[in-house]
Design a protein around this ligand. Structure first.
Ligand code: NI
Length: 270
């Protein structure tokens, strides 16, 4: 990987969505974290999507000072969630380094749980996040219409982010009006990213985040490989190009936005 490390030393970039507990990082996590530091990635949010990954996210956040955690159950597993699941997640949500609830939402692409069950689990978790004082991280795949109506009827009171936003600018306008943040990831760097580019060009400077979703969604130069937090700099670069502002400005804005969204959670509970 060729990154320019000379100008990045003073930057603070948040990778707001990583899955570093994935087994693909098992053998070289220390190296991965070192490369992230060198690329200016100073804070990372490790995202839970099941009981096991939520617990592991908290363990990682306890081990590394620069890491934060979220808890939640993915729509894929909605059919297996019980009140015991919700109780456990709600208990973990009180941990000092848990700053968000998710990823939660709807996935009509793979449809691994029935759609009405996905919706129920989503609504349940919005309410739990509200009670815990946490913003939500939303996963949305081919479910735009239903997703918009669920968050309208059950608004997350501590805000939320549409992770790896893939919808239209038209839909984005409605979500921004509701106070949501939009997060950009590797696909923004793909040659066919016309829709995401339009959103990235128009989203207000105080409403976007950056993320990797590693090990998934590698940026264009690393397609087909494992993604990692250091590569979030490609997303920052692409945003700078699209918005015609300096790299440092994108880094500054996206991190300030992440602090705002996730800090809210912490101050609420202090
Ligand atoms: Ni994810």
């Amino acid at each position: 990987m060729e990154t320019e490390t000379n100008t990045t030393a003073a930057l603070l970039i948040w990778d707001t969505h990583a899955h570093l507990d994935d087994r693909r990082f098992k053998s070289d996590l220390a190296e991965v974290l070192r490369r992230a530091q060198e690329a200016g990635i100073r804070k990372m949010l490790n995202v839970g999507h099941s009981e096991a990954t939520s617990r592991r996210s908290i363990e990682m956040a306890e081990r590394y000072e620069f890491m934060y955690a979220s808890v939640g159950a993915h729509p894929h597993d909605a059919k297996d969630c019980t009140t015991a699941t919700w109780d456990k997640l709600a208990q973990w949500a009180n941990h000092a380094k848990v700053v968000a609830w998710g990823e939660i939402g709807l996935d009509y692409y793979r449809d691994l749980s029935p759609r009405d069950v996905q919706k129920k689990a989503f609504i349940e978790q919005i309410e739990l996040a509200n009670a815990a004082g946490l913003p939500i991280i939303i996963h949305n795949r081919d479910a735009h219409g239903d997703l918009v109506s669920v968050v309208k009827e059950h608004p997350p009171v501590h805000g939320g982010v549409f992770h790896s936003y893939s919808g239209s600018w038209d839909m984005a306008k409605g979500l921004l009006n509701q106070g949501f943040f939009l997060s950009f990831s590797g696909p923004l760097t793909y040659p066919d990213a016309r829709r995401a580019v339009e959103v990235a060009a128009h989203v207000p400077g105080d409403r976007f985040l950056v993320e990797t979703d590693c090990p998934y969604l590698p940026p264009q130069p690393h397609r087909g490989q494992r993604n990692e937090p250091a590569y979030v700099h490609y997303v920052v670069e692409r945003l700078a190009q699209i918005r015609n502002i300096p790299y440092e400005e994108v880094a500054r804005l996206s991190s300030a936005n992440a602090e705002k969204l996730f800090q809210r959670a912490r101050s609420f509970r202090e």
